[in-house]
Design a protein around this ligand. Structure first.
Ligand code: HEM
Length: 520
């Protein structure tokens, strides 16, 4: 709001407008004429006549009931007729593009004033600034709109991401970055490491829209690496440029109605034609992120010699239909039918029968990406709760004056901090290990981290609902991010390996490494 051009009033002048026929109120040093609006107010006209409100200062009542963004909507901005002389509005929008939060624990410590950190260098900090600005300006508004209308992320956003090479960077460090100008040259391709990727994933998670987050080409993050790492040079040359430019879409199609975490229980088959030149792929896939709008499908198939991964292109015989899940259809979650689909054998990814190796090499990265996003989303909930308990009064005092509320906040902060710190440690290991070492040493720790992180997230979601009360289960207004979070938090606990399966994997990996010469 451009307060400079607005008229200046004294509080005494405002006080005179305290009737139904001329009704003004003050919110944070700004003067609003709500005479005509009173009848249109979603909270009803009567609230404007509560004690001290007509002609008075309604700041506390307002922030106890509305998010700041209400005042940013053009139809409500128009209600502002002036400001109070000698007073400056103090409350700021929480969505000033690029802004770093000053709310304690609202940012990871490396972004908080006065804290030190061994992991992040200048290029990480520069990238963080640039990506935050980009997310706040382009992605956040699109996320909020698409989450509601269920359409896939806008092509204009995907194109802008491609301009900055964000699709390529989200696949992590590697040869695919060579020759690309990463975010205007902030990071050199050979410098790009897993901390740069962590920064991008965490900034994207701040869009606060879980379905949109997956819709934003989550399918590419998990479906393209098998092509990059195991596809033939011809296949890569054809597919990779159009996917990384955001023009075509790819997804990973493994889970089925018959089997999710149990990849050996899969029933989609691929059989060779007599001339050996094609696969015939038949079967179904379920819960496939981005499947609804994908052009390419990285498909796990049963073959004569075991399990093989094959790239299927959208064609006759491939049908996809949306599955209604508890998050938005913007993710494009699909049920897919492959009805005798003819695919050239050149589309085989890796060895025939070697599909498990292709899948396993993908899992660690996929799960780690999910940990990055889960850690950041939990932190966003901590920030929401910190603001709410500070501005909301109950029993005549701010909510944070209640020990039971502080206890819940303590748990949230501890979990969010421990998840981030563990994540940074694992990320550091990834940066310093060869791919082979990562596969050997980090499958267990990443599985543990993901299961711990998503379990923490679910407790935090539950506690946040208790703190916000009815608003925590209401899709509009103060608690809308909490409602969204508690409704969608389970996705992280299931996608990329169910929580219990992953915990078990972590222990089995550890037991396998037990030294033979160790006894009590
Ligand atoms: C310029 C002033 C105001 C505007 C533009 C405004 C706008 C709105 C809007 C858009 C809602 C729907 C819920 C949301 O989106 O957050 C709402 C709800 C509400 N408003 Fe206001 N409002 C104003 C002032 C006030 C004041 C001063 C009070 C109380 C004294 C008040 C009490 C309420 C209540 C009780 C609700 C229902 C809240 C709920 O369902 O949780 N409003 N208002």
């Amino acid at each position: 709001m451009a307060s400079k051009e607005l008229k200046k009033f004294t509080r005494e002048e405002v006080e005179k407008h305290n009737t139904e026929d001329s009704l003004w109120i003050i919110i944070d040093g700004r003067v609003f004429d709500v005479t005509r609006f009173q009848k249109l107010h979603p909270g009803g006209p009567t609230v404007f006549f509560d004690e001290g409100i007509p002609g008075g200062d309604a700041t506390e009542a307002f922030f106890g009931l509305h998010r700041y963004d209400v005042l940013e909507k053009p139809q409500y901005q128009r209600l502002q007729i002036g400001v109070i002389e000698g007073e400056e509005p103090v409350v700021q929008s929480s969505h000033i593009p690029g802004k770093v939060s000053k709310v304690p624990y609202g940012e990871p410590s490396w972004l908080s004033d006065g804290y030190h950190n061994p992991y992040y260098k200048e290029s990480h900090r520069k990238l963080q600034k640039a990506v935050r600005q980009f997310v706040d300006e382009y992605i956040y508004p699109d996320a909020q709109e698409r989450e509601l209308d269920g359409k896939r992320p806008s092509q204009s956003v995907l194109d802008k991401m491609a301009e900055h090479e964000l699709h390529a960077m989200r696949l992590g460090p590697g040869k695919h970055l060579q020759g690309r100008t990463l975010f205007g040259g902030i990071v050199k391709p050979e410098e790009f490491d897993y901390f740069h990727e962590l920064v991008i994933t965490q900034e994207l998670a701040r869009c606060g829209a879980r379905g949109y987050g997956d819709g934003l080409l989550g399918g590419c993050v998990i479906g393209l690496p098998p092509v990059l790492n195991f596809g033939s040079p011809e296949l890569k040359a054809r597919i990779v440029p159009e996917v990384l430019s955001g023009k075509k879409f790819i997804c990973l199609a493994v889970s089925e109605a018959f089997a999710g975490s149990d990849v050996f229980g899969l029933q989609t088959t691929a059989t060779k034609t007599e001339d050996g030149k094609h696969w015939i792929v038949t079967g179904t896939k379920k819960w496939i992120t981005n499947g609804v709008f994908a052009d390419y499908f990285t498909v796990g198939c049963r073959t004569d010699d075991g399990f093989t991964v094959i790239l299927v292109e959208r064609q006759e015989g491939v049908t996809t239909k949306p599955i209604k899940t508890s998050y938005s259809p913007t993710a494009g979650t699909a049920y897919i039918v492959f009805d005798k689909v003819k695919v050239p054998v050149e589309n085989t990814l890796g060895q025939e029968g070697g599909g498990i190796f292709v899948m396993l090499s993908n899992f660690n990265h996929e799960r780690w990406v999910m940990c990055c996003a889960s850690a950041r989303s939990q932190r966003a909930i901590v920030e929401e709760c910190m603001k709410w308990v500070n501005q909301r009064k109950a029993f005549g005092k701010p909510l944070h004056s209640l020990a039971v509320i502080r206890n819940k906040l303590a748990g949230m902060i501890q979990r969010s901090e421990s998840v981030q710190n563990w994540l940074e440690n694992i990320t550091y290991q990834m940066c310093n290990m060869s791919y082979k070492e990562q596969a050997q040493k980090l499958a267990g720790p990443i599985a543990f981290l993901k299961s711990y992180s998503t379990h923490s997230a679910q407790i935090t979601a539950q506690d946040a609902v208790q703190i916000f009360g009815g608003r925590g289960i209401t899709q509009s207004g103060m608690g809308r991010f909490i409602e969204h979070y508690q409704r969608t938090v389970a996705f992280d606990a299931l996608l990329g390996g169910a929580e219990d399966v992953l915990s078990d994997l972590g222990v089995r990996q550890a037991m396998r490494s037990m030294p033979k010469d160790t006894k009590l």
